[in-house]
Design a protein around this ligand. Structure first.
Ligand code: HEC
Length: 162
């Protein structure tokens, strides 16, 4: 799996690096003064070093698991929706040609006019007698929200004045 970093993960990494640098300074300090016995200083620095190495590793692991809503939505989309709605969200997925009613192209004016509540309703309840299933039992509320966030990032909602 490629390493994917969201904005929050970068913040984590930067925090990790600055803590690490601070610790190196503390290590240098303990080596110089207070601890007379060299052994004590060595043990302290090895312990502190190990703890922070572990922290840095866990930060990296967390960075991989903590994805932004758009990234999470994209993954769910690729798994469930792409075959009909297409990789470019243009309704040209591989299964589209077998359907009588073509899957929505999310870039169209009419689709972009629909608000999030309408999208949520269609995703959860589906559309009767055409290809769009209901996903209420398969996806959680949060997953549906992430999906809408992802679709909106590629095809933003268009508000019109009444
Ligand atoms: C088997 C094909 C198929 C799959 C899989 C599928 N859809 Fe659809 N989808 C359709 C069809 C067909 C329509 C209806 C088009 C119409 O009414 O003109 C539709 C309509 C929609 C609409 C309404 C859009 C609008 O502007 O009215 C949304 C939102 C939507 N799908 C989201 C999803 C999401 C999210 C997934 C994945 C969880 C998904 N669809 C999976 C075929 C599919």
């Amino acid at each position: 799996m490629p390493l994917r970093l969201s904005h929050t993960s970068y913040a984590d990494l930067l925090l990790g690096i600055s803590i690490w640098r601070l610790v190196s300074k503390v290590q240098a300090f303990t080596r110089r003064d207070y601890f007379v016995g060299k052994g004590v200083a060595m043990t302290t620095s090895v312990c502190v070093g190990t703890v922070f190495a572990l922290m840095l590793i866990s930060t990296l692991v967390l960075a991989q698991t903590r994805l932004s809503p758009i990234d999470k939505g994209e993954r769910i989309y690729q798994r469930n929706c792409l075959r009909c709605h297409g990789a470019a969200l243009d309704g040209k997925g591989s299964d589209a040609s077998s359907l009588t009613v073509p899957p929505t192209n999310f870039h169209t004016y009419l689709s972009r006019l629909k608000d999030d509540i309408e999208f949520e309703k269609t995703i959860k309840q589906g559309k009767r007698f055409i290809g769009m299933h209901n996903w209420e039992d398969t996806l959680t509320d949060e997953q549906v929200r992430d999906l809408i966030t992802y679709i909106r990032s590629a095809a933003p909602h268009m508000k019109v004045k009444p």
